[in-house]
Design a protein around this ligand. Structure first.
Ligand SMILES: Nc1ncnc2c1ncn2[C@@H]1O[C@H](COP(=O)(O)OP(=O)(O)OP(=O)(O)O)[C@@H](O)[C@H]1O
Ligand SMILES: [Mg+2]
Length: 248
């Protein structure tokens, strides 16, 4: 079976700055792939490129064999609906309650009734153990709670692929473990494909099938493999990252 997502020789920039060059890897359907690297190496920038929000300087990104930067806006919108995205900041709509934040993607992009939307909102909020926050505004939540709400919102449209930017950072260990368990459950139960940015080496060993390492000095991908292979045979910077449980 072909890859669900192909990153082919991609170079990315932010402002006038070249961030990464010649990055290439594939993500198979049903795989959990972690993107790691030092702060500022371009992980969030790459994630924004993967969902078609930014245009690469060179190379192609294929999702289900469609070049997402050359397929036209209607097709891109259709493909994006299959992607559950969680940005590093959470990016909740600040003037809407938690429940309204979850319901909006369904109101915009599904034909579900108000009752069905309310039911799914309740279900996803319970999944991240935040059922009691449904009528609160984002500003009334802790940073970690906002992340869990953003994670729940990414699941609302029953995506085929999840793209998550540091879902576990800023969470207490139990909440971080809960998100890891949900990602693994979705993989086992629904064959969910997940691409996630993470700094947490413990979580990476638990959930990632493969790891992509972006190097900040050479500005390119320097290692790709299973966490245990990279720990044993990866370049020194990668082994150090995996040994220390993250960059400090
Ligand atoms: N909008 C922007 N304009 C200019 N430069 C930017 C912009 N966004 C990011 N950058 C720069 O691009 C580089 C990569 O940023 P990015 O946010 O992708 O890093 P990251 O790997 O996600 O870091 P972190 O682990 O801290 O989240 C950084 O040098 C950053 O300063
Ligand atoms: Mg980032």
């Amino acid at each position: 079976m072909g890859a669900l997502l192909c990153v082919e020789n991609v170079s990315i920039g932010a402002g006038a700055q070249l961030v990464q060059r010649g990055v290439g890897f594939e993500v198979a359907a049903g795989e959990v792939v972690a993107i790691v690297g030092a702060s500022g190496c371009g992980k969030s920038t790459l994630l924004r490129h993967l969902v078609g929000l930014e245009q690469p300087l060179a190379g192609r990104i294929l999702y289900r064999a469609h070049d997402i930067h050359r397929c036209g806006s209607a097709q891109l919108a259709r493909l994006r609906r299959e992607m559950g995205v969680m940005f590093q900041s959470g990016a909740l709509w600040s003037s809407m309650t938690v429940a309204a934040n979850l319901a909006l993607p369904l109101q915009l992009f599904s034909a579900l009734s108000a009752d069905e939307i309310a039911q799914r909102t309740r279900f996803q909020l319970e999944l991240v153990r935040l059922g009691h926050t449904r009528d609160l505004m984002p500003a009334q939540l802790s940073g970690g709670m906002r992340k869990r709400v953003a994670f729940a919102r990414a699941l609302m449209l029953e995506p085929s692929v999840l793209l998550l930017d540091e879902p576990g950072s800023g969470l207490d260990p139990l909440s971080a473990e809960l998100l890891d368990d949900i990602i693994l459950h979705l993989q086992a139960d629904r064959g969910m494909t997940t691409v996630l940015v993470t700094h947490e080496a413990t979580s990476l060993f638990k959930i990632a099938d493969r790891v992509v390492f972006l190097d900040i000095q050479s500005k390119t991908l320097t290692a790709i493999g299973t966490p245990s292979d990279l720990l044993a045979h990866g370049p020194p910077a990668v082994r150090q990252f995996l040994n220390r449980g993250g960059f400090t």
